[in-house]
Design a protein around this ligand. Structure first.
Ligand code: URA
Length: 234
């Protein structure tokens, strides 16, 4: 990044005032006085202004993926299975998945190197709603719907109230939208097990209002500025 832009981005001075500081010989890159056209390597260079170090404003990367089933949400799998990292472009290798989707679950996954956003989206106290499309092995009764909505016991702990919308039901099973604000291990699958049913298909379709629109199974893209802003302000 050009040195004057770097100084402006770091909040040291306006672009014009930064030019003046550079012309005055007040700015050094790695201990050497720099000139106007010099570039800064954000990862490796040290910049000082009047002897004081300037902190690099780290730019984070944010990706959205439509995770297919058959891959794990870890950076490396000790069993050698395919991971979500294998689906990323080579330029995006130092990212981490935000939370987990099971090996057999598909859908919306965010990957970033922004630890604060990861914490925000995954910490239960923030209650970020996550919506899943669920297809069950057997029809879900009205009574089961009420139980799922008001909370069922998983490993001795009751799930929080959640939103369960029945889309359709027939003799071979039901299709539902389930919105939960917790993120317990295999929560949706276990909720249905708690009402003596099984999940045949599970896909996360929303985090907050963020959806997978336009992203086919297995595809990944960078989030745009509006989407990043939305998540950071959730
Ligand atoms: N609930 C599950 O059971 N599995 C997931 O991957 C996500 C939520």
């Amino acid at each position: 990044m050009r040195i004057n832009k770097f100084l402006a981005n770091s909040g040291v001075a306006s672009r014009r005032a930064a030019d003046q500081l550079i012309n005055d010989g007040a700015v050094k890159i790695n201990g050497r006085v720099c000139s106007l056209g010099d570039d800064v390597d954000l990862a490796n260079d040290t910049v000082t202004v009047k002897g004081k170090p300037v902190n690099v404003v780290k730019k984070y990367d944010y990706y959205i993926m439509n995770k297919p089933k058959g891959c794990v949400c870890t950076v490396k799998d000790d069993k050698g299975r395919k991971t979500v990292m294998d689906l990323l472009p080579p330029s995006a290798k130092r990212l981490f998945p935000v939370g987990r989707l099971d090996y057999d679950t598909e859908g919306l996954l965010i990957l970033t190197n922004d630890g604060d956003l990861t914490f925000k989206l995954t910490h239960p106290k923030n209650e970020v709603p996550k919506t899943y499309l669920v297809k069950t092995e057997k029809p879900v009764s009205d009574e089961d719907l009420q139980k799922l909505r008001s909370g069922v016991y998983i490993d001795g702990v009751k799930t929080k109230k959640c939103n369960v919308r029945l889309i359709e039901t027939h003799k071979d099973g039901s299709k539902l939208h389930v919105t939960i604000t917790e993120g317990r291990n295999r929560q949706v699958r276990k909720m249905f097990e708690a009402v003596n049913n099984n999940v045949d298909f599970l896909k996360r379709i929303k985090i907050g209002d963020l959806t997978l629109t336009g992203l086919n199974r297995g595809e990944v893209r960078q989030l745009n500025a509006r989407e990043i802003d939305y998540l950071l302000n959730l």
